[in-house]
Design a protein around this ligand. Structure first.
Ligand code: DC
Length: 215
């Protein structure tokens, strides 16, 4: 499940995983946890070489339980802090560094491989259908209008406005879509689903319908 922030990926992915008894992986949380670790260490995030030099160091552990997703880095539970404004502002720069992506993609593929004997996994991100799991049997690319995405994000966060969120999302989308390494993109064989007029249950139902069709 790929798409920009605010397209409804996380809630839909977790809902689909729950409905089908599958594991769930939030790959954005992995890039956020690495960013948290680098900020904590005082790494200069404006310097891609400095980021690349330490990209192999943070030890991530991901929970793949759709009812209790979470991430630890070097044993510290950072599931809360990675949602903060500081990490959100910095994560696109960190996730544009090829050395960071190579490590995250390798970890993501390992997590997927481990989940397959248990039935499979719903993986959400930006490059899952194109790079991480090009052979995935079902690929969904979620979109929503800028207005709807900003409204959803504003409802989730304290102390922000729709206009501020719109600007922040536009900035992050531009960075995520225009970077050289594995940009946000719809796979040729992904089904695009515009969630603007849909509520969460409708999005989940549509994805479940696609899964049934493909299976
Ligand atoms: O889904 P999210 O907003 O939590 O993702 C945070 C950032 O991580 C996003 O701005 C870009 C990056 N990301 C990525 O580059 N590749 C992914 N598969 C997932 C996220």
């Amino acid at each position: 499940m790929d798409g920009p922030s605010g397209s409804g990926k996380s809630s839909a992915s977790r809902g689909v995983a729950r409905a089908l008894g599958l594991r769930y992986l939030d790959t954005g949380a992995m890039y956020r946890a690495v960013t948290w670790w680098m900020l904590d260490r005082g790494v200069d995030l404006g310097d891609p070489q400095a980021v690349a030099a330490v990209a192999g160091e943070p030890a991530l552990a991901m929970s793949t339980d759709p009812d209790a997703p979470g991430v630890t880095v070097d044993g510290v539970d950072v599931s809360g802090p990675i949602r903060g404004a500081q990490v959100t502002r910095a994560v696109s720069a960190v996730s544009a560094v090829p050395e960071v992506r190579a490590r995250m993609v390798a970890m993501q593929r390992e997590i997927i491989a481990v989940s397959l004997p248990t039935g499979g996994i719903v993986v959400e991100g930006r490059d899952i259908g194109t790079v991480v799991a090009p052979d995935a049997p079902v690929k969904v690319f979620l979109t929503a209008s800028a207005e709807a995405r900003a409204h959803r994000r504003t409802a989730e966060l304290d102390g922000t406005t729709v206009e501020a969120q719109k600007a922040e999302m536009a900035r992050r989308d531009a960075l995520d879509s225009n970077r050289k390494a594995d940009p946000l993109a719809k796979a040729a064989d992904a089904v695009e689903l515009d969630t603007t007029p849909l509520d969460l249950d409708e999005v989940i139902a549509e994805v479940l319908r696609l899964v049934k069709e493909r299976a």
